[in-house]
Design a protein around this ligand. Structure first.
Ligand code: GTP
Ligand code: MG
Length: 204
């Protein structure tokens, strides 16, 4: 039978080993933890008039009354789920689209905005544009959240309708469709939180 002294020595040494292992784990995984928590860069794309600037203004609590077409880019940085998130909107006009691919590097995810009340031609054009964006090697593996705006307009497409429109261009991507009005701040916030979760799960 071990004496009190031996039992104490044995417990103390096990405790010390446990503490050392915990400390080694923290030291080994610290870079990973920092990588996850550091900053996420999100690219916000979509045709002109789809509502990109309006959703970003809503997200940060700015006035949305007199938003002009984005003639270049527009950046908003804010904390979401405890992570600093930098969202870069690129204007959707044909002239600005020519420069989109200069901004594809170092992005963690894509928010692609579609006017869900658009005509069939506009929806097809949005689909082709998204397909072309996703074919860029620098965006390979990046999660993509498609945000269908203008849900306040009658006849706008539902989430399921947008999903079936897009599913053949999204193969191989982690993607999700959400629907909102660009004036619904809570839903917009939820969409970005969902995208943050998608980034965390995908490890991008
Ligand atoms: N009814 C309604 N109008 C919206 C919605 N989203 C945007 N709009 C309107 O659509 C117009 C264009 O919105 P923007 O936010 O400028 O669109 P954008 O995607 O930033 O356009 P570009 O910067 O040109 O690429 C504005 O007049 C908005 O008020 C929506 O969900 N519902
Ligand atoms: Mg804009």
């Amino acid at each position: 039978m071990p004496g009190l002294r031996e039992t104490f020595d044995c417990s103390f040494s096990m405790c010390r080993t446990g503490i050392r292992r915990c400390w080694q784990f923290v030291l080994c995984h610290k870079p990973l933890m920092l990588a996850v928590k550091d900053q996420y860069n999100i690219l916000c794309l979509g045709l002109t008039g789809s509502g990109k600037s309006t959703i970003l203004a809503q997200l940060v609590g700015e006035n949305t009354d007199n938003i002009q077409p984005t003639n270049g880019f527009n950046i908003k940085t804010l904390p979401i789920k405890g992570i600093v998130v930098s969202i870069k909107e690129l204007g959707g006009s044909g002239r600005v689209q020519n420069f989109w691919n200069y901004y594809f590097a170092d992005k963690n995810a894509i928010m692609f905005v579609i006017d869900s009340a658009g005509s069939d031609e506009e929806l097809q054009l949005a689909k082709e544009t998204l397909k072309s964006v996703l074919s860029n090697a620098r965006l390979r593996g990046r999660p993509c959240l498609v945000l269908g705006t203008h849900s306040d307009i009658s006849g706008s497409k539902s989430q399921q309708e947008l999903e079936s429109l897009l599913q053949n261009v999204m193969q191989g991507f982690k993607w999700q469709v959400m629907i909102c009005s660009s004036f619904d701040r809570q839903l917009i916030r939820k969409a970005f939180e969902t995208l943050i979760d998608m980034i965390a799960v995908s490890g991008q």
